[in-house]
Write a protein that binds this ligand. Sequence first.
Ligand code: GLN
Length: 539
Amino acid sequence: MTSTKYIFVTGGVTSSLGKGIISASLAKLLQARGFSVTIQKFDPYINVDPGTLNPYEHGECYVTDDGAETDLDLGHYERFLNVPTSQANNVTTGRIYYNVIKKEREGEFLGKTVQVVPHITDEIKNSIYKLGQTDKFDVVITELGGCVGDIESLPFIEAVRQARFELGHENAICIHLTLIPFLNAAGELKTKPTQHSVKQLLEAGIQPDILVCRTEHKLPDDLRRKVALFCNVPVDCVIEAMDAPTIYDVPLLMREEKLDQVVLSKLNFSYKKAAGLGPWTDFLSKLKNPRDKVKIAVVGKYVELQDAYKSISEAFVHAGATNQVKVKVYWISSEGITEKNVGEKLAHMSGVLVAPGFGERGLEGKINSIKYVRENNIPFFGICLGMQCATIEFARNVLKLDGANSREMNEKVINPIIDLMEDQKNITEMGGTMRLGSYDCEIKEGTKAYDVYGSTNIQERHRHRYEFNNKYLRDFEDAGMIASGINPKSGLVEIVEIKDHRWFVGAQFHPELKSTVLNPHPLFVKFVKAALDLKNETK
Ligand code: GLN
């Protein structure tokens, strides 16, 4: 075993307390002190991964370089740490059982009865230790989804208890995230729910080392002392986590509360230099002091739930800060956009992004939006299905190709501008079978894409089944929509753009997945810039 140390983050009282952001903030502070850190998320549901989940159920599905379809918290980890994650960083109950059942079928258990303890808990521990054994990380933070006391998280809690016992308490600590509600009628902060959730952890054999308390009001000293006494933790291990103006403020709040320092002393780490968060605070100051603002519409079909487009909205935050403008995003449902009302719906927008998605619902609204911005020279950015729609719109309205569509929407399509490639035709299983993960893309010089990337060789992440049909490429290019990014191995079209438009770019991949605080994605940065230029021109 390596010298890696482990931090487990559990949650109590209620879900949605922001374990992902607290974990990412702590990781950021440790990273700023020179430690290499990774964060892992356990999800207690039975799906093998969230790839088959509807975005309404689970929010965005975040894709890693190695093609894993994962929980959206991994997006936060990457945005905060600027370090890629992988399949090993997201493990569900479904995957654990899948692995164990596979081993059972292969006879690996040598005739033994296969049980939750020890076989499932061993598999969980293996997936924790696997990250630590790579020698790459000083610290592995493992976040447990759900709340203590949930039936489905029991095996994970038991695995954490065993891991702490095996590793020793100076090598493995538990941070419990809890809520201290304020009762208006009583005019008081209440600690009882926290006491109860810590009791539940104790029943499972885990004494938390640190309590991070979400609260809407400052915690007075006497209340901190009370929580400390009733929950068996030193008073400096009761950390206040007030609501923050943005998620990017949380590392600084946690630094003020000395969360990183108590963690390091609990783990017996000798202190390294104080956290250097210079570039992070520069970003925050640009974010908070915009010089201008710009309105951008995101046209999609899951707009009621913005978690469905988490990485897109964060990429706009990064790109806004880089341009020092406030990007005001208007989430517009594609279903309600008709040829008649499109002008009204998109009036006052300085840019329009058409979002990724699956299936036919809302497709025509996306196409109507694209026709409008193409004809009115308004900056356009299409991502994945958004790019596919841009090519369909161009085929229908510029090339005048009858019935142009994607095979996904109509199996008997006459002009399949977007089609299934050979290797996708015989696939019957849905999970993990799309074109997933990082692929090379070659950028043509002298194009907008080249202006954006400043390089001819890039890598971007994919998550789709259908592709642009190269049979039509010649006609598209002759009419002014060119392929400015191509996969060098397969020849598949990865980026399209319109030559004589101020900024009209469609990407078959998902650039939003690679935008981080320290590396805002250049496509978002330049799109926001184009929108800002339009706004200032028409003032
Ligand atoms: N539905 C399209 C495909 O599978 C696009 C997917 C997406 O937008 N992520 O090709």
